[in-house]
Design a protein around this ligand. Structure first.
Ligand code: SIN
Ligand code: MN
Length: 266
């Protein structure tokens, strides 16, 4: 899949781009079922909120067939290859739960802030491209983005591990206030199957979810191969060290899996 020139320009100006319903209901239903089965497993890759509800499942492309296919899907790899003009490898892979009633906050941050400081990534030539597995609404903890904030570069950040179970390099209130005065805040919403891509330096976060509606989103962090990380400090399942270029699967690979006899029987 290829972005139009207009979409590429929007991405470069705003720092983000939303592609509604890029995956169809059959594909998303399969991924949603598989995500729930993964959250039920007790394994080191599944991190939980203080309540025990799932927060994130790392590296599902390495142990689940549906998420393996999603991690090499041409509808995700194509647009990011186009932006970076280079082949990609998977730096990180997360299925974030933002569970009904208990899903907690993700503080304001830039993704590249963590990739640089914790993983030794040379440049912000990596980005998150995400797939909505549930409907993302204004009320169930959508991602909050500060448009154009990617132009501020790599901002001063501090390592606040106390607030949630996931350590992040977070931004201070003054910095966020200044950038929001300039760019405002947007919260892209949409049906399951929508895809959101955003620049590694775009300032973002999300509030807690106190509604009965879960908000699962899968994030592929795709990095240009030449920009591979140099000084990893995090476990391999959080910051991958397999820098082999991703070879995209066929566009209908997920649909074929959803329609396979084993899946149909479940
Ligand atoms: C992230 O910023 O990495 C995740 C935020 C979210 O899922 O709400
Ligand atoms: Mn982030």
């Amino acid at each position: 899949m290829k972005l139009t020139q207009q979409q590429i320009e929007t991405f470069h100006t705003e720092g983000w781009l939303f592609l509604p319903e890029l995956f169809n209901p059959e594909e998303v239903d399969l991924l949603r079922r598989e995500a729930l089965a993964i959250y039920d497993q007790h394994r080191p890759e599944v991190w939980r909120e203080k309540t025990g509800a799932p927060r994130t499942a790392f590296a599902a492309h390495t142990y689940n067939e549906a998420f393996r296919l999603l991690g090499a899907h041409p509808r995700l790899i194509g647009p990011v290859e186009q932006i970076f003009g280079e082949q990609l490898y998977m730096h990180q892979y997360k299925i974030n739960a933002k569970s009904a009633f208990t899903g907690e906050v993700w503080q304001w941050h830039q993704d590249y802030g963590t990739w640089k400081r914790d993983d030794g990534m040379p440049e912000p030539r990596a980005m998150n491209i995400s797939v909505f597995l549930d409907e993302v609404m204004p009320i169930n903890g959508p991602l909050l983005l500060v448009p154009c904030s990617q132009t501020a570069g790599d901002l001063k950040a501090s390592h606040d591990i106390a607030t949630t179970s996931y350590p992040l390099w977070t931004l201070d209130d003054e910095t966020v206030t200044r950038l929001v005065k300039e760019g405002g805040i947007v919260a892209p919403t949409g049906k399951p199957g929508g895809v959101l891509m955003f620049h590694g330096n775009l300032v973002h976060g999300s509030a807690g979810n106190i509604t009965p509606y879960p908000r699962k989103i899968v994030y592929l962090t795709l990095n240009a191969v030449s920009n591979h990380i140099r000084t990893p400090t995090r476990p391999e399942f959080i910051a991958h060290q397999d820098f082999a270029p991703i070879r995209p699967v066929d566009d209908d690979a997920l649909l074929r899996l959803a329609r396979s006899p084993r899946q149909a029987a479940e």
